[in-house]
Design a protein around this ligand. Structure first.
Ligand code: ADP
Ligand code: S3P
Ligand code: MG
Length: 172
């Protein structure tokens, strides 16, 4: 069986992919899936534990497989982890998809993620880490995006509406 997500959400940690993804799925009357959740279930350990125990390259290899599986096995809204676009094969798979890049500025990012131990990449000096992450990744998010939706100063519900408008999708 092969399916394709109706919408794929990409963007940095804390931008609201998981929050917005669930609301968007409700609005569209479809299922919601999150590759980070798939990984936690399959590995039976948290994302932070995988980073600490096995290291980032192992996490990225697991993530790549999880994204590939979800892209052919899920027909609802799919949220990816913030670093999934680092992989060139993943970006190639996203080329044929309807992809929303959720964006935000640095201050909003630091406010939302703060010192969150569940996000190991931001555990130390979050503002500097976030700037560097965005410098490395912004063009990758833009490369895979069908539309860009700014989340600054918007509630999750407003972000969902902006995404539906940008994609010219009607809700269920
Ligand atoms: N539009 C928004 N405005 C304010 N806070 C938000 C918004 N979207 C998400 N959040 C909050 O930001 C944090 C990160 O959201 P999450 O959905 O986990 O992001 P991601 O999956 O992109 O890492 C959560 O605490 C969430 O409640
Ligand atoms: O940006 C990243 O490299 C990561 C983002 C996280 O997902 P969220 O973007 O959902 O927080 C999670 O996959 C992991 O901590 C690595
Ligand atoms: Mg998430």
């Amino acid at each position: 069986m092969s399916a394709a997500p109706v919408v794929v959400l990409v963007g940095p940690m804390g931008v609201g992919k998981s929050t917005v993804g669930q609301l968007l799925a409700e609005r569209l009357g479809v299922g919601y899936r999150d590759t980070d959740d798939d990984i936690v279930v399959a590995e039976d350990r948290s994302i932070a534990e995988i980073f600490v125990d096995a290291g980032e390259p192992v996490f990225r290899a697991i993530e790549k497989r999880a994204v590939r599986r979800a892209l052919v096995g899920h027909d609802g809204v799919l949220a990816l982890g913030g670093g999934a676009v680092l992989d060139a094969d993943t970006r190639a798979l996203l080329a044929g998809q309807r992809v929303v890049y959720l964006s935000m500025d640095v201050e909003e990012a630091v406010r939302r993620t703060g010192l969150n131990a569940a996000r190991p990449l931001l555990a130390v000096n979050p503002r500097k880490q976030w700037r560097e992450l965005m410098e490395a990744r912004r063009h990758l998010y833009e490369e895979v995006a069908t539309v860009v939706v700014a989340t600054d100063g918007r509630t999750p519900e407003e972000v969902v509406q902006a995404a539906l408008d940008a994609l010219e999708l009607k809700d269920a």
